[in-house]
Design a protein around this ligand. Structure first.
Ligand SMILES: [Zn+2]
Length: 318
């Protein structure tokens, strides 16, 4: 309460100051206060913003970003732009990379996911009508709720004139972005944090759309990858909690032989690694696969050495 009063009184003081110096100029910071454990910057025009939002550079997976930008062979650029849909600046890099990038689709910090809309898949990630279809289409009726696939921060939420219609783009904590197009109504705003399953808008047929559907894309540093590598839309599940991306995943024409030759010689992996249990796996076998010990696996997963492993479940391995 004291912090709230402090903000109010500062707003009052700054508005008095503004009245005295009425010249129109760019708003500038006049003070900072703490509110709810977060630093708030107060501007000369009475507006305020959280300091962490002001300093936000768009990177939600700092560890992976450092790995892939420090390496001179793979310099991916990133940005945080509420008006630009995507750039093509990273495509060539990703299509030619010799290494692979391993991300956690879900991890212990962000364990949840949601299928954006429960409709059937009507068109896949493929060459279609003389151009590449960068996402999948999911059937819906106008007005159906569209939800966020994973938690993250809304980068873009407005009408797009290049065919997407009403479009929401959410950036996630693993570096992926998801695109939700042709909506009839937008229910989020740029820079808003959302959680997996949260409503983003209502389905529709705005932009270039023949009939109501959700055009859904998944992109990593702007380059599209097949959403079906991540989601099983039929069973409404995740394919795996890990995603290993290689050059060919970014190659739109998957028939290109040159890119099939590329053998990964290094894997960039973010923290928290998971293993999906397959038939025949044992704790000992898994510990050898990941260079760890059985006791470590037990500790990480809260299990004992005698726990029966269930095929299809995931184990944290690091
Ligand atoms: Zn589509």
């Amino acid at each position: 309460m004291r912090q709230f009063v402090a903000i109010i009184s500062l707003l009052f003081v700054s508005s008095v100051l503004n009245a005295q110096t009425s010249e129109a100029s760019e708003p500038f910071p006049v003070d900072t206060v703490m509110s709810g454990g977060r630093e708030v910057v107060i501007f000369s025009n009475n507006k305020w913003q959280y300091l962490e939002d002001m300093l936000f550079d768009g990177i939600l997976n700092k560890e992976l970003h450092e790995m892939i930008t420090e390496d001179t062979s793979l310099q991916l650029k990133t940005y945080w732009d509420n008006n630009m849909c995507f750039s093509n600046q990273n495509n060539t890099t990703l299509m030619n990379m010799k290494d692979s990038i391993w991300i956690c689709v879900t991890d212990s910090l962000h364990p949840n996911f949601a299928i954006p809309v429960p409709g059937v898949l009507t068109s896949s990630y493929k060459h279609r009508g003389g151009r590449w279809h960068h996402g999948v289409d999911l059937d819906l009726r106008t007005g159906d709720t569209i939800v966020a696939a994973f938690s993250g921060k809304v980068r873009y939420a407005k009408y797009n004139t290049h065919g997407y219609g009403n479009l929401v783009i959410v950036r996630h904590y693993n570096g992926l972005e998801t695109y939700y197009a042709h909506m009839s109504k937008l229910l989020v705003t740029p820079n808003q944090y959302v959680v997996a399953g949260q409503t983003l808008g209502l389905g529709g047929a705005t932009g270039h759309a023949y009939g109501a559907h959700l055009h859904f894309e998944t992109r990593f540093y702007d380059a599209s990858i097949n959403p079906e590598e991540i989601f099983d839309f039929k069973n409404r599940t995740l394919k795996d909690c890990n995603l290993v991306m290689k050059a060919e995943d970014f190659r739109r024409n998957k028939g290109a032989i040159a890119f099939r030759q590329a053998k990964p010689n290094k894997t960039y992996a973010s923290t928290g690694r998971y293993h999906r249990i397959r038939s025949g796996d044992s704790l000992w076998k898994i510990s050898r696969m990941y260079g760890t010990t059985v006791s470590n696996l037990c500790r990480l997963n809260g299990i004992s050495e005698s726990t029966t492993l269930q095929v299809g479940k995931t184990l944290k391995v690091k």
